[in-house]
Design a binder for this molecule. Structure first.
Ligand code: GUN
Length: 288
């Protein structure tokens, strides 16, 4: 078993970005700039936003954090998004999810200028990505592709099973790996909460690559994967004792895998790195 080290891969990608940014700045251009909107005091969101801001610093980007109380109205949030959309010095805009229940998440996502939508959640980017066109790709899915590429894991012609159909991970990664993308041409099965257990097992037991994103600690057990499988664990779950674990029963599953992502230090780090790639692309688009 070998570890797919997301920390190492992310650091290498961010170092490449930082070198490019250094060249832009040396030629007199401003730095790339990411703006993050954070609503309320959701602890995991605080932690994700902190790591995004830290990574911006490492990449040589400017970052701005706009905080709003839990009580902010949808109209107030939409007004701020319109303001950031119009600000020519912001290249990328993120609204950290989840949002409070009284705010319609899709209204908020739809309000972000697709040219600044570095999360790749706007229907315009999701559509372009699905069609195989140039797009901001949802960062976790794109980060998984980058990690597979970094470790030269063969994907072309492989059987890949995705567990979880969320709009931010499961759906986009299934589309990207099936497309003729830079990492793609896999044969993908997308399974989810309504997939009958027997069918799920049939699929995962013959998968070359299993990608799990369900948010349930220990969901993938050793009996669910074949010998030599590659396991990508997207889960970030905090247990009662504070320990962070993924969606796989890591200690037992790892014995059967050829490659596996650790949690933490796997996909989570890659999500942030992919966001930096998207921000650099937004910045370059602004100057081209
Ligand atoms: N919440 C959990 N993951 C994400 C993400 O990738 N982007 C945003 N904006 N919110 C999230």
């Amino acid at each position: 078993m070998k570890l797919l080290d997301g920390k190492k891969c992310a650091e290498s990608l961010v170092a490449d970005i930082s070198r490019k940014v250094g060249e832009y700045v040396a030629s007199g251009l401003r730095k790339p700039h990411m703006t993050i909107i954070l609503v309320g005091e959701h602890a995991p969101s605080e932690s994700y936003v902190k790591s995004k801001i830290k990574s911006c610093g490492n990449a040589g980007f400017e970052s701005t954090l706009l905080r709003f109380p839990e009580s902010v109205t949808e109209a107030e949030l939409l007004a701020k998004i319109a303001e950031v959309n119009a600000d020519r010095t912001t290249d990328g805009l993120i609204v950290q999810l989840p949002l409070p229940k009284h705010i319609n998440q899709q209204h908020v996502i739809n309000a972000i200028d697709p040219e600044k939508d570095i999360d790749g959640f706007h229907p315009m980017n999701f559509g372009r990505m699905s069609l195989g066109q140039k797009a901001f790709r949802p960062a976790t899915a794109y980060g998984i592709c980058k990690l597979l590429q970094f470790y030269e894991i063969p994907v072309w012609g492989k059987h890949c099973v995705v567990i979880g159909r969320s709009n931010i991970v499961g759906k986009p990664i299934s589309i990207m790996l099936s497309n003729d993308f830079e990492i793609g041409n896999a044969t993908v099965t997308l399974t989810h909460i309504e997939t009958p257990r027997e069918l799920l097992l049939d699929e995962t037991r013959r998968a070359d690559i299993v990608i799990v994103a369900v948010g349930i600690p220990g969901f993938v057990t050793a009996d669910m994967v074949k010998d030599g499988a590659v396991l990508i664990d997207v889960g970030i779950n905090r247990l009662a004792d504070g320990k962070i674990v993924g969606d796989a029963d890591f200690e037992n599953v790892k014995e059967k895998c050829s490659w596996i992502t650790p949690v933490p230090g796997g996909v989570g780090r890659m999500t942030v790195a992919a966001l930096m790639i998207n921000t650099l692309m937004a910045y370059q688009n602004n100057f081209n």
